[in-house]
Ligand binder design. Structure first.
Ligand code: LLP
Length: 426
């Protein structure tokens, strides 16, 4: 469900024509629908609100899209944040997300980041190794503070998604394996400055089948029982994120948040814990498109190349994960032509859609690359000295630029024109 639709043959976001945004702001530009984000946040929250003890924390995985105005919108919907860096922590706090709704994941949190998160008073640190427990204990002791902590277990399940976005297999770097869980908790309970409260799991992203999640959660349930038998006071179970979204219009395969909520309620019945969820993609994925203009159409083998002004630096997913994004003409066309939609970047992998049956495109046409709200703008780079795209948020009949397009001055800002040498002169 999203708010991108055709009115009189022209794609609109809510009530704003995408052509108007292109004319005013230029291209490439990410365009987000606030109504879609609000709807997804509400639907997800409602779907899980009665699971566990009934006071579930929905902590939006900030990494999916970190733009400030968008985070603020999500904060206003009452969601917390799942963060993976000090930068994300500061962004979440600036957006008004209360510290006691923030959980901190990630395999490498440095000492400064730990200190910052401790001082802010976040809800929970999710350790991904025994070493992190030792490090945080030292930081907390030095500051005379206490950190609420959990370990992330690696349940060794096949997530059934793309290998590059699977995180719960035995050879993935995330979490710690089940056989190390009990000793890890025993040690953490001895360490000063730590208050053991929870356990966490996250097995991957863009999951379109609930079974791997069910298996992982069942494993988590077994572990909670084992830990409690060892007198480890588990009160919180963080079930991670990962729920997939449709990337092909009308694809019915991703389970709805309601299906997901029912499965969770079933598996976690009797756990007697507060549940935490870390959804990212399902909140923002379908709420954004990348708006781009056709620069030229050149003949090619086997199909013509439609060269657009958005490239792999703007939207990395097709090049990195062979990801599919639907591409639609902003002004609907009746003629179709098999074509490859490519960016201007000097890489063969700069292909946004390969040999697709799409509406026939001509120089100057606008195209919308769909489902680009999650892991789109956040993964953009300056490769080929391209400024990152502008971002626009739509609300009803109005829109606002929420991130200016980067200029070349922005791109070179941190470069030093005249090197200042340090060290012994020979
Ligand atoms: N929690 C943890 C610990 C995570 O690592 C992630 C995503 C999430 C939650 C949120 O997962 P979601 O609900 O969004 O699936 N760049 C890739 C996706 C990487 C996901 C990384 N971790 C892509 O474009 O598909």
């Amino acid at each position: 469900m999203n708010h991108f639709h055709y009115l009189a043959g022209e794609m609109h976001c809510e009530s704003v024509a995408l052509s108007r945004i292109a004319a005013d702001v230029g291209t490439p530009t990410y365009v987000y629908s606030s109504a879609t984000i609000e709807r997804h946040a509400t639907v997800f929250r409602d779907a899980v609100k009665d699971c566990g003890c009934g006071n579930s924390l929905v902590a939006y995985a900030v990494k999916a899209n970190t733009t400030g105005a968008l985070l603020k919108l999500i904060a206003d919907c009452g969601l917390g944040a799942d963060i993976v860096s000090g930068g994300e922590l500061i962004r979440a706090r600036r957006a008004g997300i209360p510290a006691d709704k923030i959980v901190y994941s990630g395999v490498g949190k440095n000492l400064d980041e730990m200190e910052l998160a401790l001082r802010e008073g976040i809800y929970q640190f999710n350790f991904e190794s025994e070493e992190e427990a030792e490090m945080l204990s030292r930081v907390a002791t030095r500051l005379g503070m206490e950190a609420r902590v959990a370990f992330r277990v690696n349940p060794d399940v096949e997530a059934g998604t793309h290998a590059k976005i699977s995180t719960g297999g035995a050879t993935d770097k995330f979490g710690i394996p089940a056989h190390r869980i009990i000793p890890a908790y025993r040690r953490a309970m001895e360490l000063p400055g730590l208050k053991v409260q929870g356990i966490a799991v996250h097995i991957g992203s863009q999951l379109t089948d609930l079974e791997p999640l069910r298996l992982a959660y069942q494993e988590l349930g077994r572990m909670i029982a084992e830990l409690r038998a060892e007198e480890v006071p588990i009160q919180v179970a963080d079930l991670g994120g990962g729920l997939g979204v449709p990337y092909v219009a009308g694809d019915p395969s991703p389970p709805s948040p309601e299906d997901y909520g029912r499965m969770v309620a079933e598996v976690t019945a009797g756990w007697d814990v507060r549940l935490v969820f870390e959804p990212g993609r399902v909140i923002v994925g379908n709420a954004g498109v990348l708006l781009t203009r056709v620069m030229l159409v050149k003949e090619g083998q086997p199909d013509p190349f439609v060269v657009v002004d958005a490239g792999m630096n703007d939207l990395m997913r097709p090049a990195m994960y062979d990801a599919w994004h639907d591409v639609f003409a902003v002004r609907q066309q009746s003629r179709r032509r098999r074509s490859s939609i490519v960016g201007p970047v000097c890489e063969s992998s700069d292909v946004l859609a390969k040999s697709r049956d799409v509406e026939e495109a001509h120089e100057g046409d606008l195209l919308a690359i769909m489902t680009a709200g999650a892991y789109g703008a956040v993964m953009a780079s300056n490769y080929n000295s391209r400024g990152r795209p502008a971002e626009v948020l739509v609300r009803g009949g109005e829109y606002a630029v929420i991130r200016e397009r980067e200029t070349l001055d922005d791109v070179v800002r941190n470069e030093v024109a005249e090197p200042v040498w340090t060290g012994e002169q020979r």
